[in-house]
Ligand binder design. Structure first.
Ligand SMILES: C[S@@+](CC[C@H](N)C(=O)[O-])C[C@H]1O[C@@H](n2cnc3c(N)ncnc32)[C@H](O)[C@@H]1O
Length: 240
């Protein structure tokens, strides 16, 4: 808890983690009060690997279940022109504090968004077509995936990319299967981050993390919703 600084491939990200980790109304633990390793993994992967194929410059980015917001803030540091960080209402003040701590208030907005609800659509309309959606460590409750899928489908236009990073646990596969049932093709992307990840900010073992691309399957496309991987280029965990 307190203030933490992360060096993401030369970009400094300052994060205030919350001291009060329970919602004052519901008493539920606010899991987005602190930075999860998946958020760091996704941020290092975007900075070291994705950036060679994906140009962040002038992109519009939305992060869902952002918690402390590290991946979205990293996208802004990599050149995104507009970033919308979203999470449940109790986490919005801390997210705003993190935007200010990084001097990114001109490009990064914060909004409440509960998956599946209509609460942030006026801000989305202002944002226009979204280029990139980021999520990290949100695959822990299969019952939440239908709502997450609803939001993702609302966000995805023809040119939208969705990247999701997660620690691979038994629950991860359950969540991915639910997303397939909701009409997403899921591709595990190649990640080779051993050195960058373990030399910076965390002692976590990079091999237990994965990045997935989620593609909404258009029923007319003839493609099937399924889970697959870039066989031969994966340097990390494979889905069972
Ligand atoms: C394990 S934390 C991960 C936080 C952050 N993405 C990270 O990796 O550091 C899960 C996040 O998802 C958010 N979340 C869970 N269910 C949600 C829902 N139904 N709508 C919006 N956010 C949700 C939580 O508030 C929390 O911030």
């Amino acid at each position: 808890m307190g203030i933490k600084e992360f060096d993401i491939a030369g970009n400094r990200i300052v994060i205030h983690e919350l001291e009060d980790v329970c919602d004052s109304v519901t008493g539920r633990v606010l899991t987005g009060s602190w930075v999860w390793e998946s958020a760091l993994f996704l941020s290092h992967w975007m900075s070291n690997q994705a950036q060679t194929k994906f140009d962040f410059t002038y992109k519009k980015v939305v992060e869902l279940g952002a918690g402390a917001g590290v991946p979205g803030l990293t996208a802004a540091r990599l050149g995104a022109s507009r970033v919308l960080l979203t999470d449940i209402e109790s986490l919005v003040p801390a997210l705003k504090k993190n935007v200010e701590a990084n001097g990114l208030g001109d490009r990064v907005l914060v909004s409440q968004h509960v998956w599946g609800s209509d609460d942030f659509y006026s801000q989305l309309d202002e944002l226009g077509e979204v280029d990139l959606v980021l999520v990290s460590d949100v695959f822990f409750d299969a019952a939440e995936m239908a709502a997450l899928a609803k939001t993702l489908k609302r966000l995805c236009g023809k040119g939208t990319t969705v990247w999701a990073a997660n620690e691979v646990r038994p629950l991860t596969s359950e969540c991915l299967i639910e997303l397939v049932n909701e009409g997403f093709e899921i591709v595990e992307l190649a990640t080779q981050l051993r050195e960058e990840f373990s030399d910076n900010s965390t002692s976590a073992n990079s091999e237990v993390f994965a990045v997935f691309e989620l593609v909404p399957v258009n029923e007319d496309s003839g493609r099937k919703a399924e889970v697959s991987s870039y066989i031969g280029t994966i340097d990390g965990p494979q889905l069972e």
